[in-house]
Design a protein around this ligand. Structure first.
Ligand SMILES: CC(C)(COP(=O)(O)OP(=O)(O)OC[C@H]1O[C@@H](n2cnc3c(N)ncnc32)[C@H](O)[C@@H]1OP(=O)(O)O)[C@@H](O)C(=O)NCCC(=O)NCCS
Length: 266
């Protein structure tokens, strides 16, 4: 790692071809003109990020995750986008503002969760204990105990808007049907079980949690987790921007009686 020349780049993602014989874009070894009209948006996303086209089952599971992630009411990303619409900001600024909301405990927790799952699975591999459900459950218990002992929340579980996030069970069902419910989904379910036991009531997996586990079982890296939530949600931010603009809203704000002035004590 070090400083690099701005005038020299390397990429295995794509090549823009413009020659006497050909105008083309080569993407991960495929001609764009062969992909257009033949692969879906989901398959193209898989190809771009992973470097290869998905199997039918992988495409179905990723597509389900993208659909599940696209809209979730006037939650913070859509709310930000709608606020910017009301201030007359351009649509791309509104979408960018919504994207910036994805933080460590709002919409972005899938990354920490996936990172943690990978670290624990690597540890088990290194110990060469074999990765049985029993050893996964022991790790799950340790994760929950550590979080509760230190007053932390386990990323990927709990959601204020639902008693149970309706997206997790349906996605896990599809992952099972398509043979994608592998070590990371199993591990996530065991953490959910152990968390519920330790706290004394269920704290069901949320979209970030299920998304983190599924993308790992699809073979993506933990670093990519947020892409799969944020990309579909930009569509929602666009839709909310357009709707708010259509309502001719000007300047969403809070009235001053909602703001309490609390001067610092001298
Ligand atoms: C999302 C979140 C803030 C929702 O919180 P909430 O629904 O308001 O739940 P509460 O804060 O009222 O917590 C209810 C109880 O469950 C516990 N709890 C909730 N989520 C928990 C979690 N992920 N891990 C451990 N305990 C959790 C709380 O400690 C609390 O127990 P207490 O009443 O004894 O203090 C919270 O679940 C969380 O921080 N989750 C982890 C981050 C995450 O996945 N974010 C993505 C959300 S889409």
């Amino acid at each position: 790692m070090g400083a690099r020349d701005m005038s020299k780049w390397e990429t295995a993602i794509s090549e823009v071809v413009s020659s006497e014989d050909e105008e083309e874009v080569i993407i991960r070894g495929h001609k764009l003109s062969d992909l257009v009209g033949k692969v879906t948006f989901t398959e193209m996303m898989f190809l771009l990020i992973k470097g290869e086209l998905p199997s039918e089952g992988q495409a179905k599971v990723l597509d389900a995750l993208l659909v599940a992630s696209m809209e979730h009411g006037i939650a913070p990303p859509a709310m930000m986008s709608r606020c910017l619409a009301s201030y007359g900001s351009p649509i791309q600024a509104a979408v960018a503002a919504g994207v910036l909301v994805f933080g460590d405990w709002t919409g972005g927790a899938g990354e920490q969760f996936a990172k943690m799952l990978v670290a624990h699975v690597e540890m088990l591999n290194n110990k060469q204990t074999g990765i049985s459900d029993e050893s996964l459950r022991d790790e799950a218990k340790k994760i929950v105990e550590e979080a509760l002992r230190t007053g932390q929340r386990v990323a990927g579980f709990g959601i204020p808007l639902h008693k149970e996030d309706p997206r997790a069970p349906v996605l896990l069902k599809i992952a099972r049907e398509e043979g994608i419910f592998n070590i990371y989904c199993r591990f996530a379910k065991l953490i959910e079980e152990e968390l519920g036991k330790a706290v004394g009531h269920p704290i069901p997996m949320n979209l970030d949690g299920v998304g983190g586990a599924i993308i790992l079982d699809l073979g993506f890296s933990w670093q990519s987790a947020r892409i799969f939530i944020i990309t579909p949600r930009t569509v929602s931010m666009g839709a909310h921007y357009l709707e708010e603009s259509g309502q001719e809203t000007r300047w969403r704000h809070i009235t001053q009686d909602r703001v309490e002035y609390v001067p610092e004590k001298p």
